[in-house]
Design a binder for this molecule. Sequence first.
Ligand code: DAH
Length: 337
Amino acid sequence: MNERIEQLLEEIRQAAAQLKDDAAVEAYRIAYLARKGKIAALFDELKNVPKEEKPAAGKALNTLRQNAQTLLGDAVAALAADQTGAAAGVDLSLPGRRPARGHMHIVSQTVDEISSIFRRMGFSIADGPEIETDYYNFESLNFPADHPARDMQDTFFLTKNHLLRTHTTPVQVRLMEKYQPPIRAIFPGKVYRNEVISARSHVQFHQVDGLFVDRDVTFADLKGTLVTFAKMYYGSSLKYRFRPSFFPFTEPSAEMDISCYLCGAKGCRVCKHTGWLEILGCGMVDPNVFASVHVDPEEYSGYAFGIGIERTAMLRHGLDDIRLLFENDMRVNKQFN
Ligand code: DAH
């Protein structure tokens, strides 16, 4: 019996390999699987098998029938796949086509890279509204009404009291209103200025501001953090310097320059032949700002800084026109994959 089962299995395997059309499939089914097929015939002969061999023989026959059915199912599925391919005019042997994949815009990449450096130094990420009040954008930051400092920022006013924020600095006031020190956060976002669009300025761009307030925060802490940032972002061998500057909300205020890595500080178009690149503004939080948020300047001190995102991306990638970052010319965008 076993031998005959083996033989039939071999025959069925060979037959299954020849199932090239529907007619062959039907013939196979009738020959082997139908009620009068060869497998059924073997089942009939089970009654002649000696009693002790019956269970094993029955089991082997069941396996044979399952195999015959699986082979049939596979052949039918293969035929169906062939037909769909042919009907749709699809050549399944062609190599696949890669789907077009997008990538982050260079401005977003720059925000992410800067954020990740500050996060590693323990800063959290905060957010604030793009439509601000005069109070948060100017007054609380120690820009007195009618003070010429307001002219530093050409503002889009929406109403007498509402405007598109000209910098991300107002988020520091919102944070200090909401949380008690210690506060250590950066706040990236969009800012707006009523400027003539040119290679150097745009009406909408991005900044990331930072704030650190705690007991005993000093200018040395500010320098340590910002030098670490600059080295991580621009390269560890750079030279740097802090120049005195003025912002209404910091005292003292400074701007940070790094040696021009494009020309090795020899002087080039990008550093305007000075050998230095200005990368950010910073300073110690002015006591008047602390007063507007009821933080005691006797107990706490803090530093703040502001970085222009487009400027940073342009310096890092040697771009000479900010408009390249906003026109969505794919020839430009694709270079920053
Ligand atoms: N808000 C300033 C600007 O838009 C940049 C800035 C300078 C932000 C110094 C700061 C800072 O937080 O401390 O030009």
